[in-house]
Design a protein around this ligand. Structure first.
Ligand code: HEC
Length: 105
């Protein structure tokens, strides 16, 4: 009986954490106003800013966390990631992953 309830507890946790890992693109879109000032409405960037549209979610999250923990040192991005929660970052990653990549030059 004890084993059974542990299994139930574990599967409950899996169900619960599942959606939190995969970002919510619509929630992410609500956060892009600032990002768009540098990276553009379409996320394609320009000569000064890198394109972020179409980045794989894992790479996007890794970059954002890098700016947060100082692994990546960029003054402009450091300011941007300050107020973002883990969920915000996952949501932004999900949104930008849905955008078409900038065309190759
Ligand atoms: C003030 C300008 C500015 C704003 C606003 C800004 N960024 Fe950036 N972003 C940059 C610059 C500059 C870089 C390149 C930094 C580097 O070389 O490490 C960058 C890099 C990135 C990268 C890494 C791209 C890669 O290919 O490694 C991601 C992801 C990113 N930004 C996402 C965002 C998101 C999401 C927002 C909004 C919350 C945002 N940025 C807002 C200037 C900005």
């Amino acid at each position: 009986m004890k084993k059974m309830s542990l299994a139930l507890l574990l599967s409950g946790c899996l169900v619960f954490t599942g959606p939190a890992l995969a970002g919510d693109a619509a929630a992410g879109e609500a956060l892009i106003e600032d990002c768009a000032m540098c990276h553009g409405d379409d996320g394609w960037g320009d000569e000064d800013y890198p394109p972020i549209a179409g980045l794989a979610e894992a790479d996007f999250v890794q970059a954002m966390k890098g700016y947060q923990d100082g692994t990546l040192d960029n003054k402009e991005m450091k300011k941007q990631v300050k107020g973002l929660s883990e969920d915000d970052i996952a949501n932004l990653a999900a949104y930008y992953a849905t955008l078409e990549k900038a065309p190759e030059e």
